[in-house]
Design a binder for this molecule. Structure first.
Ligand code: HEC
Ligand code: HEC
Length: 173
């Protein structure tokens, strides 16, 4: 690493430590934890995990999950319909653990980044997501080992458990 880069890294870490202190760590509305709590449901795991990784419920607000669940017959070009009982159970699980029912920092930030008038169905379309990934190039997301930005788990090993901490982050070649 070049000397000026080391200096830059040092300054950045001091600045972020400062920001952390300034924000008071556990301030009001910031949530007691950064990570989303690990939550699970067997039907959600099997049904919603059959085509892609399961997206933690804390990644979208309840109104978004309701919209996703209401349109499963035309789900991003696929038919992901469920029988009524399974549909009901998964919809309740998602709603109960959604970003607007959580008190952790990342869910709060995601929730705040979606305009109240919008019910986005993609996490990848939230302002929170785009701001956190503006340094990852489109070509990186397209790597064979990754596929697309929707495949969180390729880089965030703890994604399905709601753990997006740096220690769980590794960008595959
Ligand atoms: C039949 C296959 C299939 C099933 C089953 C399925 N999905 Fe999907 N889902 C897709 C496809 C295809 C996409 C779009 C992926 C892409 O663009 O890379 C998608 C995308 C998503 C996204 C948006 C991810 C982003 O880009 O931010 C969410 C949220 C989602 N699915 C939730 C669910 C939930 C909840 C269930 C279970 C009720 C489910 N999916 C079941 C095929 C499926
Ligand atoms: C190509 C690898 C890659 C993929 C795929 C990816 N991310 Fe990330 N993610 C990153 C990188 C790199 C960062 C920046 C880490 C940093 O700034 O310390 C990041 C940061 C984050 C953060 C912020 C962590 C923090 O506290 O600052 C969250 C939350 C996150 N990603 C969620 C997601 C979700 C949800 C998905 C899937 C919809 C996803 N990521 C897909 C690489 C990826």
């Amino acid at each position: 690493m070049k000397k000026w880069m080391q200096l830059l890294v040092l300054i950045t870490s001091i600045t972020s430590a400062g920001t952390l202190l300034a924000s008071g760590g556990f301030g009001a509305g910031e949530g007691s934890s950064k990570n989303m709590p690990a939550v699970t449901n067997a039907k959600w795991k099997t049904e919603c995990g059959s085509c892609h990784m399961v997206y933690h419920p804390g990644l979208l607000p309840e109104r978004s999950w309701n919209k996703v669940m209401a349109g499963l017959d035309k789900h991003f070009g696929e038919n992901a319909s469920l029988d009524a009982a399974t549909h009901d159970e998964i919809a309740k699980f998602l709603a109960a653990n959604s970003a607007d029912k959580q008190d952790n920092r990342r869910s709060n930030r995601i929730n705040e980044s979606i305009p109240a008038s919008a019910a986005l169905m993609r996490i990848t379309e939230t302002r929170y997501f785009t701001s956190k990934h503006d340094e990852v190039s489109a070509n990186t997301f397209k790597r064979k080992s990754i596929g697309s930005e929707s495949n969180c788990i390729a880089c965030h090993k703890g994604a399905e458990k709601g753990d997006f901490s740096e220690s769980q982050l590794r960008i595959p070649r």
